[in-house]
Design a protein around this ligand. Structure first.
Ligand code: G
Ligand code: G
Ligand code: NA
Length: 257
């Protein structure tokens, strides 16, 4: 197919880009960023990951893309540390698909990417979809990342199979409560009590296991307030900052003194 033929040239023709979306704390400070892949398509302009990541996954290109993403994300965090000092994010998170987790070389390549830029695995977090987290095929890969010291984050939490129990077997740093649940909780009037019950359950289990909770898809100050009051530690969403190129985010991080 046409799209696949073009996509195969994205890497050699330097058409991949990274955008960074801030993950903020209660004060609005940027604590972490999520690196999101973009493709500069020859005629259609800049495409978000959602438009080509499935194709990259099915064709296997996602493995090579993931290496590029890790390298680029680490290079960027190292630059922010040099330029923004204490304003730099603590961690950059990259997304990793099931196909990448099945690659026995994933852990080694992520750790090498961190070291190449003077970072450690603690600086390079990995986001995994909830559905991958419950897939026995990818468990060895997840354990390998965890042993190397990469912070793990479970994405879109609350949309897949219940995996609260898995949190006991496999320590993760963070769960990211899915946008749909966030939208439910803050829907007028008074919010949806089932979404709220799920959030409260996640927060209770997370507190007991020392797991951090990030609310995703936060689009308004009112939502931010409800979620922080409920006990979410960090927020992500258009209200906190859209995914943007690195230099755009840099304005917000401050300058090293
Ligand atoms: O940015 P966008 O809304 O298009 O992202 C859609 C989905 O694509 C996100 O949920 C994210 O998990 C996934 N994604 C974004 N960047 C990457 C990447 O570098 N690698 C992989 N495997 N998935 C990504
Ligand atoms: O599944 P994942 O969290 O990786 O998806 C990230 C994607 O979600 C990004 O591409 C981003 O564009 C989108 N996104 C981020 N914040 C918001 C938001 O506040 N609202 C909506 N609708 N989408 C968001
Ligand atoms: Na993600």
């Amino acid at each position: 197919r046409d799209l696949e033929r073009h996509l195969a040239r994205a890497l050699p023709e330097h058409r991949l880009r990274l955008h960074h979306q801030p993950i903020t704390d209660a004060t609005g400070a940027v604590r972490a960023v999520e690196a999101l892949l973009r493709w500069e398509h020859p005629t259609r302009g800049l495409l978000p990951a959602g438009e080509f990541i499935d194709l990259a996954e099915h064709s296997g290109m996602v493995v090579a893309f993931g290496r590029w993403v890790a390298h680029e994300a680490c290079a960027q965090l190292a630059r922010w540390r040099a330029r923004c000092g204490a304003g730099a994010p603590d961690t950059v998170y990259v997304n990793v698909s099931a196909r990448e987790l099945a690659d026995p070389d994933l852990g080694r390549s992520l750790e090498a990417a961190a070291h190449r830029h003077g970072l450690t695995p603690a600086d390079l977090g990995v986001e995994v979809l909830e559905e991958s987290f419950t897939d026995p095929m990818v468990l060895p890969g997840l354990h390998d990342l965890q042993r190397r010291g990469h912070p793990l984050s479970i994405d879109d939490f609350g949309t897949g199979y219940s995996s609260l129990a898995r949190l006991v077997d496999l320590p993760v740093r963070t769960v990211k409560v899915d946008k749909a649940i966030v939208r439910g909780i803050t829907a007028a009037p008074g919010g949806d009590s089932r979404s709220r019950a799920l959030l409260d359950a996640v927060l209770t289990v997370a507190a007991g296991l020392d797991v951090e909770v990030v609310a995703e898809g936060v689009e308004s100050a009112a939502q931010a307030e409800v979620l922080l009051t409920a006990g979410c530690h960090h927020l992500q969403g258009f209200h906190c900052g859209r995914p943007v190129p690195a230099d755009e985010l840099e304005h917000r991080l401050g300058v090293a003194v």
